[in-house]
Design a protein. Sequence first.
Length: 218
Amino acid sequence: MEDGEYTLLDYVSSVAAFSSILYYATGWPLVWRVTKRRDTGIISTFPYVALLTNCTVWTLYGKLADNFVLKLVNFVGASHQIVYILVLYYYSKSKRLFNMQLLYSVMFIAGIFSYSYLNIEDEKTVDMLGVVGSCLSIVAYASPLSAMGEVISTKSTASMNFILSLANLLLAIEWSVYGYFLGNMFVAGPNVLGLFVSIAQLALFYVYPNHPAPVLPP
C-alpha cells in the first residue's frame, strides 16, 4: 500500500467515528430544553452516567491498545457526557440518586485506571479492559429491553424514538464491521448483540404503530 492510500478499514473507521460523534451530539437539544425550563423533569440521569463510564473505559482501552479511532471517539463521547451531566446536575431538584450514580461511576473508573496503570506492563491488562468495555457496552445495548417490554404491554411505540433506534442500528453495523476487519472481538462482539437488539426495536415500530397508549379506567 502506498503512503496516503486509504484502506477499506480506514473508510469503515472514518464512517463509524463520524457517525458516533454525531450520535453523541444528539443530547444538545435536551440540554437546551432543560436550560430553558430550568428543570430536568422526569429525565433519567442513569444513561448519561453509564455512557460516561463506558466511554471513559474505552478511551483508556484505545490508549493502551494504541487505537487512535477508539481513543478519539470515546474521548469525544465522554466529554459530551460530562457537559450533559453538569447541566442535568445543576438543574436537578433531587440529587440523592444522582449523587449515588456519580459516586459509583467515579469509584469504578478510579479502580479501572488504578489497576491499569499499576499493571501497564502486563499484556493481559489490555484484554481485561476489553472485557470490561464489552460488558459495559452490552449493558448499554440491553438497556432498551425494558422500554421494549412496555411497548409490548401497551401495544404502542409512543414511548420509543424511531430516529434513535435507527441510529443505534447503523452504529451497531458500522462498529461490528470495523471490529471484524480489525480482528477485535471486544469491539465486534457487543455491537453484533446491539445489532440484533436494534433490529428488534425497529420491528416493534412495524408491529405496534405509534399511537397513544390506551388509558386504563380507574
